[in-house]
Write a protein that binds this ligand. Sequence first.
Ligand code: NDP
Ligand code: MG
Ligand code: MG
Length: 339
Amino acid sequence: MAVVYYEQDADLSLLKGKKIAVMGYGSQGHAHAQNLRDSGCDVIVGLYEGSKSWDRVKADGLEVATVRDAARQADIIMMLMPDHTQKAVYDESVAPELRPGKTLMFAHGFNIHFGRITPPSDVDVSMIAPKGPGHILRDTYQEGIGIPALLAVHQDASGQAKQVALAYAKGLGCTRAGVLETTFKEETETDLFGEQAVLCGGISALVQAGFETLVEAGYQPELAYFEVLHELKLIVDLMYQGGIKYMRYSVSDTAEYGDYVSGPKIIDDRVRESMHQILQDIQSGRFAERWMRENDTGRQEFMKMREAALSHQIEQVGDQLRAMMPWLKRREIPTQSSS
Ligand code: NDP
Ligand code: MG
Ligand code: MG
């Protein structure tokens, strides 16, 4: 079982007199910067010239500078720009400002684990990865609760890397919920596997295949949408609140019996074999290499796949049906962008 740290294991005074640069002000960045500030830390936000978030940082009462300037001033540097841009920003604006004794932090292990960023051996390198999006991290902090986080130390030059990372987690409010110890390798590989095999890739493909099966069999697309996509939320909410067992308790006995009989036919040995292959591609670095090459060469394949996915019938049917659901907090994607 994982080692878990709580409030009494973390000492905020380790951050006293230290300047923390939060690089990026997106989902994670705005929450890290504001939670740390409200915990009494000295925070500066690092952005690029022309960032649309520059004014927002100021409006939120925080200091803002370019990444290079912020890195120069900071003792602790938290990298919260998108993972595929971190290497370039690091090479250009962070690495030149690293000095012995500084701490470089991440909220996801991708760039360190796959060797895209190799910090000098005299800096601490650690990770605090909150297990939730930034707005939840911020809201729960203000409510006095907090969300769990993962902690990992890649490099401990000072002998204090873990304690400083724990203090950072305390400043975010995460030690109120619990901070689980892991490694950069484990966090990165399980995160990628989860999103590919289950959360994003697996579920999307399952929903689309279910939809296609019903529509090809002559059923109305609207009914197919309700049965395989819309109702997914009810099922996921039940699992989220009480596990798979609570979902099964809550649905009808007919649904539960059908679950036991048909689930294993869907997720059969062939699917499990594919999961192993996906995991191997992640572990070997093949996936990371492919994704970084895609970014370096203009993202054409990515854009093509995005376009094809957008034109699937399930999206048009969903648009029409969601327009009939005034209670939904409907979300639209902004017009096509390449980011
Ligand atoms: P976002 O895309 O929400 O935000 C990225 C921020 O970085 C934006 O403020 C953006 O500026 C800024 N930015 C972009 N390019 C640069 C640059 N060249 N220099 C400086 N700033 C730049 O990212 P997330 O918060 O989602 O992700 C940040 C990190 O946190 C990633 O490592 C991610 O894996 C990790 N993470 C994310 C979670 C999540 O739920 N989102 C959960 C846990 C970890 P602008 O505002 O102008 O666009
Ligand atoms: Mg992920
Ligand atoms: Mg039903």
